[in-house]
Each structure stands twice: as structure tokens, then as C-alpha cells.
Design a protein around this ligand. Structure first.
Ligand code: SF4
Length: 199
């Protein structure tokens, strides 16, 4: 079992609610029960895909995900107006910083403003010791893997070994957000999951 004690304590000190789950299934069960009656927007996330949450929630109310809708642009806009928002992170520092890189900006924007509450589902593989390592992981691990997954014509997608800070028109890294704590007026909960999930 991964020892989440330090990161849990540091996240709570920053104002997050935190729960620890041994498996993704238990985290998904918790979210499905917590989100009953709420409209839910999804950020692009291989973790959420692995948890199967969209399929579980879509029969129960308004769920919005640009990975699932026919019109991704419309979904990105609609997801900004839901009650709650689900996403993961590209990296989580044990000191409590959450780091996400984005291309279109919908995901990082939704973690900064506009929802009653944001949930971050985070597998153990996203956990790194500190802030510098979190930024490094987001740039050099998560982003190249995503670029390769999308078949982008970027140097990182070919080698998948690090970020080349490319100037490619297909660059997927257009902005980086660091959350030092929940934004004012918006609740935030971090689900720490003792499985490798996402990129
Ligand atoms: S900036 Fe370019 S090279 Fe670096 S991870 Fe993003 S897409 Fe890849």
C-alpha cells in the first residue's frame, strides 16, 4: 500500500478534502454516489476513462465530456457550466501542489473557476516528491505520452523520452496551471488512489 500520509496531510493543510482509496473501483463507487443529482463536466483524462465514470453517470443526469460527445468544442463549453467538474492531474507533489498542462485550456480553466466543486482523481503514479519534480513530470512524462497517444507530429511523440519545448503547430502544451490550494469560492477534493492510473 502506498503511504499517502504526507501528501494527504499537506493537501488538507492547503484546504483540500482528501480521501484515500485502495482501488480505482472504490474511488469510482464513491464518486458515483457523491455526484447523484449533479451535472458533471469531465476534463480530458485517461484516469477518468479507466474509472469508467462517464458510462456510469450518463444514465443519471447531465454529464458532459468532449472525449465522448460528437461535438467536442460544444462539450468543452458546456462542461464549464456544470455543477461539478472531474479531472485528474499530470502530477501531484507530495508537498501538495497540483500541476496540469493543457492545450485547449478547458481543463485548467475549469479547475480555476466556475464550478461548485472540483474533484481530482489521482493515481499513485502521479505522485512525486516536490513542486519541481511535479512540473518536470507534467512536461517530460505526461505530455509526451499524451502527444504520442494522439499521434501528434512533435519530437516528444516520436521519442517519448522528454519534452523538447517544441514550436510545432501540433504542440499540445499551451499552458500550465499550478494549484497551491482550492480556488476561492470553489470546493475541491482530491481522491488518492493506490493504483497506477492515467499517463
Ligand atoms: S511542448 Fe512539444 S515537445 Fe514538449 S511535451 Fe509538449 S508537444 Fe511535446
Amino acid at each position: 500500500m502506498t503511504n499517502f500520509d504526507t501528501v494527504k496531510r499537506n493537501l488538507e493543510a492547503r484546504g483540500y478534502a482528501v480521501r484515500v482509496f485502495p482501488t480505482g473501483k472504490e474511488a469510482a463507487d464513491y464518486l458515483a454516489a457523491s455526484l447523484d443529482g449533479k451535472s458533471v463536466g469531465f476534463g480530458g483524462s485517461a484516469t477518468l476513462e479507466a474509472l469508467g465514470l462517464y458510462e456510469r453517470l450518463e444514465s443519471r443526469g447531465e454529464v458532459v465530456w468532449h472525449w465522448k460527445w460528437e461535438d467536442p468544442a460544444a462539450a468543452r463549453r458546456a462542461a464549464q457550466a456544470t455543477d461539478v467538474y472531474l479531472t485528474s492531474v499530470n502530477a501531484l507533489a507530495e508537498t501538495g501542489e497540483l500541476v496540469n498542462i493543457d492545450g485547449a485550456g478547458n481543463r485548467v480553466a475549469a479547475t480555476l473557476f466556475g464550478h461548485e466543486k472540483v474533484y481530482f482523481a489521482v493515481g499513485r503514479n502521479k505522485l512525486v516528491p516536490g513542486y519541481d519534480e511535479a512540473v518536470w513530470r507534467a512536461r517530460n512524462v505526461a505530455a509526451p505520452r499524451r502527444a504520442r497517444q494522439l499521434g501528434k507530429k512533435t519530437p516528444c511523440a516520436v521519442k517519448c523520452d522528454r519534452c523538447y519545448d517544441c514550436k510545432s503547430p501540433e504542440r499540445i502544451c499551451r499552458g500550465l496551471a499550478v494549484l497551491w490550494g482550492p480556488m476561492m469560492g470553489m470546493a475541491a477534493e482530491v481522491l488518492l488512489i493506490d493504483e497506477d492510473l492515467g499517463l
